[in-house]
Unconditional design. Structure first.
Length: 114
């Protein structure tokens, strides 16, 4: 279980104001997430027959479509060509806070959490 101080720190970083009930609930949920991450970290991704280091057993390697090969598994990207940009007034039309043609956003770095 996470300490109350750790939960408070995480809540402050996320800019959340929690009640005592929410703090207890969040502590349990975060502990469950961290336990699951520990299980994933302990898992052996290689498995038997992983000579190529891709995490696939040897028999399953052929079942994965080759993104560079022909057929339905081929990865196709559109060409990266420059195009016209949105006009500034259209781009800012739904902005929650725009000043002098720029987006105004809250400070993220360098400040203290509330």
């Amino acid at each position: 279980m996470l300490t109350p101080d750790a939960v408070d720190r995480i809540a402050a970083l996320a800019r959340l104001q929690l009640t005592d009930d929410e703090r207890r609930l969040l502590a349990g949920q975060l502990a469950a997430i961290l336990d699951y991450v520990d299980q994933l970290a302990a898992a052996d991704p290689g498995g038997e027959g992983d000579a190529e280091g891709d995490g696939l057993p040897a028999g399953d390697r052929d079942a994965v479509p080759d993104p560079d090969g022909p057929g339905p598994g081929r990865l196709t990207l559109r060409p990266d060509v420059p195009g016209p940009s949105l006009p500034r007034d259209v781009a800012l039309a739904n902005a929650p806070d725009a000043v002098d043609g720029y987006l105004r956003v809250p400070q993220v770095l360098g400040g203290e959490a509330p």
